[in-house]
Design a protein around this ligand. Sequence first.
Ligand SMILES: *[C@@H]1O[C@H](CO)[C@@H](O)[C@H](O)[C@H]1NC(C)=O
Ligand SMILES: *[C@@H]1O[C@H](CO)[C@@H](O)[C@H](O)[C@H]1NC(C)=O
Ligand SMILES: *[C@@H]1O[C@H](CO)[C@@H](O)[C@H](O)[C@H]1NC(C)=O
Ligand SMILES: *[C@@H]1O[C@H](CO)[C@@H](O)[C@H](O)[C@H]1NC(C)=O
Ligand SMILES: *[C@@H]1O[C@H](CO)[C@@H](O)[C@H](O)[C@H]1NC(C)=O
Ligand SMILES: *[C@@H]1O[C@H](CO)[C@@H](O)[C@H](O)[C@H]1NC(C)=O
Ligand SMILES: *[C@@H]1O[C@H](CO)[C@@H](O)[C@H](O)[C@H]1NC(C)=O
Length: 738
Amino acid sequence: MARKAVCCGLSSLELLLMVMFLLMTGITVGLFTVLAINLNSQTKESEKPIPSLNPPENPFLIGVGRADCTGPVGDIPLMGYANLDQTAGGIHTRLFSRAFIVDDGSRRVVFVSAEIGMVSQRLRLEVLKELELRFGDLYRQENVVLSGTHTHSGLAGYFQYTLFMITSKGYIKSSIKPIVDGIVKSIELAHNNMRPGRIFLNKGDIVGSNLNRSPQSYLNNPEEERRRYKSDTDQQIVTLKFTDLDGDGIGIFSWFAVHPVSMNYTNRMVSSDNLGHASYLFEQEKNIGSLPGEGPFVAAFATSNSGDASPNTHGPYCINTGDKCDYLNSSCPIGGTKMCVAFGPGKDMFESTKIIGENIYRKAKELYASAEQELHGRVHAAHQWINMTDVTVHLNSTHSVKTCKPALGHSFAAGTIDGGGDLNFTQGAIEGDPFWDGIRDALLGSPSKEIQDCHNPKPILFSTGEMNKPLPWHPAIVDVQIITIGSVAIVAIPGEATTMSGRRIREAVKQELERHESFTKAEVILTGLSNIYTHYITTYEEYQVQRYEGASTIYGPHTLSAYIQHFRGLARAIVEGKVGELPKGPEPPFFSNVFSLLSNPPVDKKPENTSFGQVLQQVNSVYKVGEVASVTFVAGNPRNSGDMRDKTFVTVEKLLKRTGTWEVIHTDGSWVTRFHWIKGSGGQSNATVEWHIPVSAEPGTYRIRHFGHFKQRIINPVFTAYEGTSDEFRVTKTLYSL
Ligand SMILES: *[C@@H]1O[C@H](CO)[C@@H](O)[C@H](O)[C@H]1NC(C)=O
Ligand SMILES: *[C@@H]1O[C@H](CO)[C@@H](O)[C@H](O)[C@H]1NC(C)=O
Ligand SMILES: *[C@@H]1O[C@H](CO)[C@@H](O)[C@H](O)[C@H]1NC(C)=O
Ligand SMILES: *[C@@H]1O[C@H](CO)[C@@H](O)[C@H](O)[C@H]1NC(C)=O
Ligand SMILES: *[C@@H]1O[C@H](CO)[C@@H](O)[C@H](O)[C@H]1NC(C)=O
Ligand SMILES: *[C@@H]1O[C@H](CO)[C@@H](O)[C@H](O)[C@H]1NC(C)=O
Ligand SMILES: *[C@@H]1O[C@H](CO)[C@@H](O)[C@H](O)[C@H]1NC(C)=O
């Protein structure tokens, strides 16, 4: 469905002269190709790094790849808000996995950013198995970092620990498979296009795109430490620019500390949220004329120490009364926690996603254009599995402390200002609520004294470390991993580090690395939500306040210190050339008896006297740009369409007057389309497709189409493809111009 490359870069005079020349000489065939070639050389010029820099003598080999990892967009809960009512119902934007491979001639490292809530241990193990089948031991647990962007509008169902399975409706094979396949395919694509290339580092600040959602916890950090930073969130964006030897850009990898929760828990459409929108904008700009997910340029935007960084920049207030929420417990006088919600910067969640995404994209673009600090040297990878329930942290020569078996505190159930819990829990609880403790004891048993003491002052709600039925509720074995490229270190954080936790990790790793001359001026980057999900990582001081993040720091008050100790160990092994001597650690389990709580989709039914794909609610005959064209079809359950990666449920098509043919200008991956799948009763459902017609849309004749499958028969089911097409409609610049 790729469209021809047409567009920009030449001055209009040059363009005019070239078109005239071509027309005069009668060469009309291939006009666009010629233009595109000229265009490319133009873009190339402007993208080239500062010419005085000579290509390195021993260049890296670089590969980039992107693949669709969107799963079945019906019925499956979305992963993030742990809200079982928030099940998938269509697509706002598709989800992609983006892979980068760097080889220094003798070793290689892979880093992947997938548009999912987080990487789970199960997902990682399944990806590594697939990689082993295809590549032997080329890509293994040491040199592959898998991270999730933390969008809260991706699909759940890819976990093997009980707590996550409960909020996912179990382990869902049809949900994990597209993610595994998408990640593996992105790595395979990167592997297949490895070429000599160059990498440039650049960083800058983005102001006003994140705010600390637990400032009272942050304030509990030592004053002299806080004084060293200008903000209670990290505003830094770090980018790596990848080019070939000629300086032609092939990709960008970028890190910024923000929660992708611009889309709130009322959203049902799969969406890559704010960081995903930055990727989308960057790739659409570089891959001129391509549909979403197509074209060679890959732009990944990962999250870093975003544990307490909200994108809802207007901050929290009580949505029922307009009051300020209580500062300490984020509760409202009427309605409690649920009513205290943060919004902004847009008027609705779509506009907020767009604004935050654009802010990140704009800064990244500027940094990309001006990047000149080139990376040189070797690549390294260090990885260990550690038993996080049993780490002894040496605070100094005389004192040591220990991590705990996992447990979640009461404030975990309160949620945050980005999405509050349904029950009457509030953040900042350091005493249990007798009512809920009673229910917990009756249902799950009371936590042992050992675990209570270890987690003090956390009042324990779920003593997950002591809950093993039907499978352990939380992991014990956790990945710690660092990869380095030249003087840049990428630290894979197995959870969500708060702002200050992230700063402490960065500082510790930097200090270890800089003991060696090849790392003078080391740049340490954190990739959050990597490899395995273990909830939050707060500082010891933040933990004492027991807001949501502290209550969700599952290995106790010394969780951060334990990670710092291990990350220091990895960094030291790298600089001392002793990575091979690191103990591998205990291997994580791979549970065979995972369970699913989601039944197969029912057979699809249609209203009497209609057919699948038939239009129930027609488009208007004319729309003005800026309006929304909408059409409703009789639909099947999207789960009955099977693997829809690299396909689309939706097209917006433009009539080409000259040839009388239809050109696809948008798919369900486009920002301007919304595919709502609305589930009715008795197996009936509708697909409502919206096209939010951009102001830049060309006047002309258009139509909207929907593609799907319906299922017949429960036993030996039959799946039949259907399609539906709206009436043709016109788009005008103003309603009265035609
Ligand atoms: C939240 O804190 C305020 C005092 O700051 C208190 O009046 C209120 O009762 C607390 N709310 C809850 C639900 O604990
Ligand atoms: C979610 O966003 C929509 C606007 O897009 C808004 O109407 C709704 O109140 C928000 N809900 C919450 C809980 O934030
Ligand atoms: C992890 O440590 C705990 C002690 O907290 C121990 O009981 C458990 O057996 C250990 N697990 C593994 C896989 O080593
Ligand atoms: C070691 O740390 C403990 C706890 O922070 C502190 O009380 C003690 O004074 C420290 N000892 C030394 C020798 O620094
Ligand atoms: C929460 O609700 C229960 C039942 O309504 C009540 O007994 C309990 O006191 C409430 N807790 C708080 C902190 O309001
Ligand atoms: C369906 O079509 C039949 C035959 O034309 C007609 O008798 C019946 O009333 C229609 N049913 C509905 C619900 O329109
Ligand atoms: C589908 O759309 C039609 C027309 O808008 C409506 O009457 C019907 O109730 C819808 N059905 C479902 C399942 O939403």
